[in-house]
Ligand binder design. Sequence first.
Ligand code: MN
Length: 517
Amino acid sequence: MADYVYIFDTTLRDGEQSPGCSMNVQEKLQVARVLDDLGVDVIEAGFPAASDGDFESVKSVGDLGLDATICGLSRTRHGDIEAVARSLDTAKNKRLHIFIATSPIHREHKLKMDKEQIIDEMTSALAFGQQWFDDIEVTAEDAGRTEIDYLVEYFQAAVDAGARVLNVPDTVGYVTPWESRKLYRHLRKHLRNAEDVVLSCHNHNDLGLAVANSLGAIEGGARQVECTINGIGERAGNCSLEEVVMALRTRHDRYGLETGIDTTRLYPASRVVTAVTGSQVQPNKAIVGRNAFAHEAGIHQDGVLKHAETYEIMKPEDVGVPENSLVLGKHSGRHAFSNRLETLGFSVDKEQMEELFVRFKSLADRKKSVYDEDIEALVLGNEQTGPWHLDAISIHTEVEDADQLAEASLKLRFNGQAPRIYTGRGDGPVNAIVNAIKTIIDEELHMEEFQVSAVSGGSDAQGRATVRATIGASRYQGTGVSTDIVEASAQAMVSIMNRHHQHQGSDVGASRIAAAI
Ligand code: MN
């Protein structure tokens, strides 16, 4: 379809690779369901050979039975390809994504292979992958610094060997929109027998040009865009899915192209990814930022009230910004609660729904008004996905002159065993909690960042504690939500212990391989 642009989402692979955005399996599944509801064509679920943990998450996404094509990343080695095949054996629709570097610097220094050897390596990987996959995508890593004639030769070999999609990443975010358009035009013009082959772009945002470069690529003939929700990704991130989709839709007059995205699911998807990663969206971020549809200037407000199109090129409801923040309370029933969950973009099964409803009722007892932010926190805030569970916490503080002394006692359970009390002292409650946790962990624990913010408005608002910490050589982020900010802080620390535990369990003896595309 020449007038259709495939949306390839890599939030779970490229996005997840970025610092502070790592997700556990449950979080990845939540995001995968959201992406499928959104209507993305392809979900890149991960790089199965990177670690056992990555393999398990790709496998779990494959098992969900989603409509989207599930894609696994792979180097050219057979072990990688077999790992993708095994992890996706139950997926309804699946794709293998093979990458190898093509630029002179990578050929000489990293791969120590000449041009022909690289092409042989790629075509034999393709042939090996065809045992399991009809749908194979081939990437030229560091395409931006590859000689153009060699790039054509490399992709021609991929076409001849049966690749369906050719991806040309701008890994370092260096090109301009005009250069991007020129490159794709060149490829379209010089590749033979490639009428049914889709050209794909993968742009990074180091100069703030990822979306513009993707539009440039589309003008040059690309028909697949690799992108992420909220534009998360390494360094300055990837092309933002919501921006490129809304640019194509709003400027349909210029592009005349369609995507399969249900744009009314964009805002909920953004909120879910924000809540899962704890990585906040800047207020002035296009499409999904808090101020994206706020009109502050009086003359604008007046205009918008008289006729929305005077200052709005899109309507908030087009991207699923809820018209009002519906407030629930203790008299709200199951139906109202489950409706709101759906509006906010969550899909939960019956069992989860029952458990959430109990927690919702208990929250509504403590707090008069339950806002959307509280519901998001309920679903994602204190998910105990690990062996450690916080049963109770007590804090004792004394302030004398300027000196404060605090003692924290945490009642913790490990793997459902009988609870034990861990205590720590410090010059404040948070410091005391951290010192209590330090008595459990034998590696060095270092707090890098600690933030407490109100989840919603009102003086009875819940507090969300966000902690970034390193344990040994690994960096983790944890969040906790409670009407009591000290309890929220303890929950955040427990979530860090759980992440550390899972990380140790999944990566014993093998460091994770990062894909530089
Ligand atoms: Mn990338």
